[in-house]
Design a binder for this molecule. Structure first.
Ligand code: GTQ
Length: 351
């Protein structure tokens, strides 16, 4: 009789024999599959605008908006290089359009937001209506709506693109089409959507024009900024967030986009915030002012000092705290609507 094989050999033989059958033992990976806490591969990162801008302008010389279709430099998480992702679920990029250019009309199931970083006078057209871009405006391209971008003014215009590209890729649910026309036909004057839906009033009879996405596709900075400044003067400042508002879909009171939450916050001068962590990793665009974000996870700590037009990412379940000497205004977006729809959104406010 043969001596029984040692346990390790028995297991390794089993793994080798079942390998060609596309079978693998759970017990070897279980700890990583259901970790005790979120364990993202993403890391915090900062893109300084003064470093990025020269590359954008060089891109402007290297390729036209028309040839590129979208002339964008993707902000890739340093630990997700090659994946066109800033977090596991979100895409971010900086798009440049120059006077006289057109980024041709197309549509896709991926939803997009724009946050205007530099320059005025370019437009984006959604479903027959144009909206002019100004710095600090938050603009939405709802899933599966035709959209083109154009520029008939004087100066380069740069905006932050935030899309749910990695999420839609994860679900293998991406479709896209190019329009036969370069620029879509304008069918409504600029401002129609805002007049209908943007004044705390909505038409008595209407169908939601963009399904689960907000019927307002431009939230002008003028309005958001004024609200934040009023709050700073008259309302208590939150010890973690400063004065932070979320954008809403006026038809539902919920998020403006089904996959992406958007926020704008003001940190008063001298603000030294308390630390927090949450499961939704978030991307920030600095609209005004300067400050610092301290981010930590495990043994590691990052100190990111930000200035106007800089961009940074706070990954899932990283502890973060914000400070600002001068005071600042921050726009941010995350995948929180999906966490909430699944009942898995978690936040801890620490002190
Ligand atoms: O403007 O339609 O940054 O389709 C990436 C994909 C922008 C856009 C991006 C896109 C767009």
């Amino acid at each position: 009789m043969n001596a029984p094989l040692p346990t390790r050999q028995i297991r390794e033989q089993l793994y080798r024999d079942m390998e060609p059958h596309n079978l693998t033992p759970l017990w070897e990976v279980l700890h990583a599959l259901v970790p005790p806490r979120p364990n993202t591969p993403c890391v915090p990162a900062l893109w300084r605008y003064e470093e990025v801008r020269p590359f954008l302008m060089r891109a402007g010389e290297a390729i036209t908006a028309e040839e590129a279709v979208r002339r964008v430099l993707i902000l890739e998480n340093p630990k997700l290089r090659g994946q066109s992702a800033i977090t596991q679920s979100l895409y971010a990029g900086l798009q440049l359009i120059l006077p006289g250019e057109v980024a041709p009309s197309h549509r896709h199931t991926q939803g997009a937001l724009r946050f205007i970083v530099e320059g005025s006078g370019a437009y984006t057209a959604v479903d027959g209506e144009r909206t002019t871009m100004r710095p600090g405006d938050f603009i939405i391209t709802p899933s599966w709506t035709w959209h083109d971008h154009g520029h008939e003014a004087e100066e380069p215009v740069v905006w932050l693109d935030g899309l749910d590209i990695p999420m839609i890729r994860f679900f293998d649910a991406g479709f896209a089409q190019n329009d036969a026309a370069r620029s879509q036909q304008v069918t409504r004057p600029e401002g129609t959507s805002f007049a209908r839906y943007g004044h705390n009033m909505v038409p008595v009879r209407h169908d939601p024009p963009f399904g689960q996405t907000s019927p307002i596709f431009s939230y002008p900075y003028e309005r958001s900024r004024e609200a934040l400044h009023e709050l700073e003067r008259h309302a208590p400042v939150d010890a973690w967030d400063g004065c932070k508002l979320r954008y809403v879909n006026p038809l539902t009171g919920g998020w403006p986009m089904p996959t992406i939450a958007t926020f704008m916050q003001r940190l008063p001068a001298g603000f030294a915030g308390q630390p927090w962590r949450q499961t939704d990793g978030a991307v920030y665009s600095v609209a005004e002012g300067e400050g610092e974000v301290e981010i930590s996870a495990g043994e590691q700590t990052w100190h990111l000092r930000f200035r106007p037009r800089d961009h940074f990412v706070i990954p899932s379940w990283h502890t973060a705290r914000l400070t600002s000497g001068t005071g600042c205004v921050l726009f941010s977006f995350s995948d929180r609507p999906v966490h909430q729809a699944l009942g898995i959104h978690t936040e801890e406010r620490l002190s």
